[in-house]
Design a protein around this ligand. Structure first.
Ligand SMILES: NC(=O)c1ccc[n+]([C@@H]2O[C@H](COP(=O)([O-])OP(=O)(O)OC[C@H]3O[C@@H](n4cnc5c(N)ncnc54)[C@H](O)[C@@H]3O)[C@@H](O)[C@H]2O)c1
Length: 541
């Protein structure tokens, strides 16, 4: 009650690409009355009977679902027995925190009449004393959610769910996945432990580890990833990230350098500050930089590592979803100039990347959504490169599996074209419109949100050129909407202005080239007619 379970379940359904069902809402719809009215007319017993029947119906469905149950469902033996057929997550929140969230308890019959904060807390403590042992009995996953946002709780649950062995939420509350999960293209020892993905670039090859807690493998992995154990490690991070990098006892000394948060600090001035700090610290080419943060930190620290002493090894611990599936992989480092984004940089591959899904739990919702836009892109690149991507197979993976799959896809593309002379352009799928929207003023969209709109736009262009059919466009829309992202142009933007901006994209070498889907999957296409570009823009208004 007040734990945020309905909103968290809704968000989790988005993340997992599953149907969302709310038992309370279904009970209200079936009864044609509000919950307080049901309690008044039928009593708590009547409400629990309805709740139990609805749960039985919901769990009997074969459609993979995330279900928000009423908090009191555990109070009857029947309710608990029904839950035994599902993977159950308990969002545990302290009575004091709950009290602040439910304020006056209105719409919640069991809290009605609590006239002061103290009375409300006492009532909630009483409910907890009664119910917590049952929650503990039925729960497969217990998440302490006092300090988590809805999105953070959903991300943490998605991570934990991916670790639940055997059946996952779905059919009858369970989806029998036939034993083996879908493949994410990564190596795992005996199906457990982190995924390990090799970015194969000859002498510049490196491993990317994906999984909960992999940041704690830093000390052990550092020794294997670097030719010699560094005497000094410069840890670069940013305000507000709060993720530790423990390099272990073998390293002589570490010093932490903090880059101010915000895209403005992705600048040459910051690189100078970092390099001067490295010099004062005594960092040499035999040492290492460890960058802990989102793309801002890994791009900036990566570039500082590339130019300091003409290159020192760098390890990335990306802490945003976008960082884990994109910015930290592939060796593009750099900073912005007042004249434009990412105009100064270097290809400098990291020696190791640790993508720890646990750190995503604290990521602000808007940042997470931004990552989801990039993740949506990979659905259409997922394949062997000889045909269209298998969007559905990607959707069937849990969050961590999807991160690993995105990393594996990017690793494969980067390995085939490190310096973006051809195939690496595919990673710009959906980005032509996204960059134009960003140049035109952003319209309040984060990068990944703009990419999501750009993916559907690219599909609309491709359909008008006869490269794909309406079903494939619908698939683009479905993937984007399953991530809770919009596929529509923001209000008040003029088509002509956007199309003019397409040509200003710094990647538009030798005229406008769009990455468009087709029978062989996405590929660069040159010289698309302006009329087609304009018509496709109208299709996403
Ligand atoms: N090198 C590449 O190939 C590449 C690819 C894509 C994007 N980028 C670059 O990445 C940058 C954007 O990166 P981003 O989207 O990761 O954003 P970001 O690094 O700016 O981080 C976004 C916000 O999230 C906060 N944050 C990060 N991790 C957190 C955590 N675990 N918990 C709580 N807060 C956290 C940060 O402090 C910041 O306020 C851009 O500069 C872009 O140009 C680079």
């Amino acid at each position: 009650m007040g734990s945020g379970k309905s909103e968290t379940a809704r968000e989790l359904a988005h993340v997992l690409g599953r149907r969302f069902l709310d038992c309370d809402a279904l009970a209200v719809a079936a009864a044609g009355r509000s919950i307080p009215e049901i309690f008044e007319i039928e009593g708590e017993v009547g409400f629990r009977r309805r709740e139990s029947e609805i749960l039985a119906e919901v769990l009997a469905s074969t459609e993979p679902s995330v279900v928000a149950t009423g908090g009191g469902v555990v109070t009857t033996a029947e309710g608990r027995a029904r839950l035994a057929g599902a993977v159950v997550c308990w969002l545990r929140v302290q009575p004091e925190v709950l009290a602040a969230r439910v304020s006056d308890g209105s719409g919640r019959p069991l809290l009605a009449g609590a006239e002061s904060d103290e009375a409300l807390i006492a009532r909630l403590r009483g409910l907890a004393a009664e119910r917590d042992r049952w929650y503990g009995e039925v729960a497969d996953i217990v998440l302490d959610a006092d300090e988590l946002s809805v999105h953070g709780a959903a991300a943490a649950l998605a991570t934990r769910l991916s670790r639940v062995r055997g059946p996952m939420i779905g059919e009858g509350g369970l989806e029998d996945r036939g034993g083996e999960p879908e493949s994410d293209g990564a190596d795992r020892a005996e199906g457990t432990g982190p995924a390990r993905i090799r970015v194969g670039l000859g002498q510049r090859s490196y491993d990317v580890l994906v999984g909960p807690g992999v940041r704690r493998l830093l000390a052990a992995e550092l020794a294997a990833a670097l030719p010699t154990t560094p005497r000094r490690v410069a840890v670069v991070t940013s305000d507000g990230i709060g993720v530790d990098a423990d390099v272990g006892g073998a390293v002589g000394t570490t010093e932490t350098f903090t880059v101010p948060a915000g895209e403005r600090s992705k600048s040459l001035a910051t690189v100078e500050d970092l390099c001067r700090g490295f010099a004062r610290f005594g960092l040499t080419r035999g040492d290492a930089v460890v960058a802990v943060g989102g793309g801002l930190v890994t791009d900036t620290a990566g570039f500082a590592a590339a130019v300091y002493h003409r290159g020192v090894p760098v390890v990335f611990i990306p802490t945003t979803l976008l960082g884990q599936i994109d910015a930290a992989i592939g060796g593009k480092t750099g900073v912005n100039l007042p004249e434009g984004k990412n105009l100064v940089g270097a290809f400098w591959q990291p020696s190791l990347v640790l993508c720890d899904s646990e750190v995503l739990a604290t990521l602000p919702a808007a940042e997470y959504r931004s990552g989801l836009g990039e993740m949506a892109k990979y659905h259409f690149l997922a394949g062997d490169g000889s045909g269209p991507g298998d969007a559905a197979a990607m959707a069937a993976l849990p969050l961590e599996g999807r991160i690993a799959r995105c990393v594996a896809l990017k690793a494969e593309i980067v390995a085939s074209d490190e310096r973006e002379s051809g195939r690496r352009m595919l990673l710009n799928y959906g980005h032509t419109l996204a960059h134009a929207l960003e140049i035109a003023g952003g319209f309040g969209l984060r990068h990944g949100e703009a990419v999501a709109v750009g993916l559907v736009y690219a599909a609309e262009v491709a359909r008008r050129l006869g490269r794909i059919d309406g079903d494939r466009v619908a698939e683009h829309r479905q993937v984007v909407s399953a991530y809770g992202l919009s596929a529509s142009l923001p209000e008040g933007i003029e088509a002509g202005e956007l199309i003019d901006l397409f040509g200003r994209d710094k990647k538009a070498v030798g005229g406008l080239t769009l990455v468009l889907d087709g029978p062989r999957g996405p590929e660069p296409v040159r010289g698309v007619d302006r009329f087609v570009l304009a018509e496709a823009l109208e299709a996403i208004r």
